[in-house]
Design a protein around this ligand. Structure first.
Ligand SMILES: *Cc1c(COP(=O)(O)O)cnc(C)c1O
Length: 356
């Protein structure tokens, strides 16, 4: 089955909301563009995607999404360069991961053209919403959920795939204080930690709130068995620099395969930065903090690219990280964002031009 961009049904808004958007004071993901993409799955097949005015969706109270949480999402961004051309960063990776999440949650796979053509049609229509201020972008949220009805605890027979977009300002996380979590777990062996599915994030809220009450911003997740290994930073992958080696854990059932994470690993290697993908113990990080060999820790994900950690708490002690001039995090972030905003050559072939 193949569709072309021209097959997508487009219903445009009568009046644009663009004048109501305060581009000087954008936050993250709270104002939306004029249109959204909607695609329905019925009778065993995905129907032709439609671009329609951004609007609420009506669901039956027995829709399975409400009861059994069959729901997945992706997070990506569109970037505008100085000439007004629009780019995505490795969008096929998001598409592939969407289907990996779908499979785990018993949601039907989406064809690649529906995702790519739907997305590019939507972005070309709403490109005036993509902010141009340094560091700002259009946050894109593709998601899929069970819209089929019935209280029976089984996979639904109907689904919706939607893409909604939100112009967003530069992400300044400030100094992030994290707490190494030893009681609660984000994910488990054989579980759904590798999937971007709603329940993973709902389950994080409570332990994160407890950490916030203690004065931290975020939780560092450790393995569910013995809380011995460092796994993720909130909803980001985690990197630790000990001396001049950049470490990150291997992806698994429990650790999400982040696109930022793998891009950082490729760039770091090219930059001559020594990287190691291996399990990182809490013990070695605490010891490195004590003897001064712990140089940097940062989270990695689409929203912030790199989010530097200023200190971490572990069993009633806080450990400060140094302020580095030659930080790996800063250097890697600059290289990635220069590719994203079409400011540098893209030898990796990661940049994807959206504008026709
Ligand atoms: C989305 C996500 C990441 C980062 O993935 P990117 O593809 O880099 O945005 C990391 N960890 C978790 C738990 C996530 O949900």
């Amino acid at each position: 089955m193949s569709i072309g961009t021209k097959d997508i049904i487009v219903e445009k808004v009568k009046t644009s909301k663009i004048d109501k958007v305060d581009f000087d004071n954008l936050t993250f993901g709270s104002v939306f563009t004029d249109h959204m993409l909607v695609c329905s799955y019925k009778n065993g097949a995905w129907e032709t995607p439609k671009v329609v005015p951004y609007q609420p969706i009506t669901l039956d109270p027995s829709s399975k999404i409400f009861h059994y949480g069959q729901s997945i999402f992706e997070g990506m961004k569109a970037y505008k360069d100085e000439n007004g051309e629009v780019f995505l960063f490795r969008p096929l990776e998001n598409f592939k991961r969407l289907n990996i999440s779908a499979e785990r949650m018993c949601i039907p796979n989406l064809p690649q053209e529906y995702f790519m053509d739907g997305l590019t049609t939507l972005l070309n229509l709403d490109k005036k919403f993509i902010p141009t201020k340094e560091g700002s972008s259009l946050y894109i949220r593709p998601f899929m959920f069970a819209s089929g009805n019935g209280f029976h605890a089984s996979p639904a027979d109907e689904y919706k795939f939607i893409i909604a977009c939100a112009p967003s300002g530069a992400y300044f996380s400030g100094k992030v204080k994290v707490l190494i979590e030893e009681k609660y777990s984000r994910s488990a062996n054989g579980g759904v930690g590798f999937a971007k599915t709603g329940g993973n994030y709902a389950g994080q809220f409570y332990p994160t709130q407890l950490a916030v009450k203690k004065g931290y911003n975020q939780v560092i997740w450790t393995d569910d068995t013995n809380h011995e290994f460092i796994e993720e930073a909130g909803a980001m992958n985690i990197f630790v620099r000990i001396n001049n080696t950049l470490l990150t854990g291997p992806t698994s059932d429990r650790i999400l395969d982040g696109i930022t994470r793998k891009s950082i690993l490729d760039i770091a290697k090219d930059q001559g930065i020594k990287t190691e993908i291996r399990k990182i113990t809490v013990k070695e990080v605490v010891e490195a903090a004590k003897d001064g060999t712990l140089k940097e820790m940062f989270g990695a994900g689409t929203a912030a690219v790199i989010s530097p950690i200023s200190s971490f708490g572990y069993r009633d002690t806080d450990y400060e990280l140094p302020e580095l001039e030659n930080s790996f995090g800063k250097r890697l972030k600059k290289i990635i964002t220069d590719i994203q905003y079409n400011k540098s050559e893209d030898k990796y072939g990661w940049r994807f031009k959206v504008t026709e």
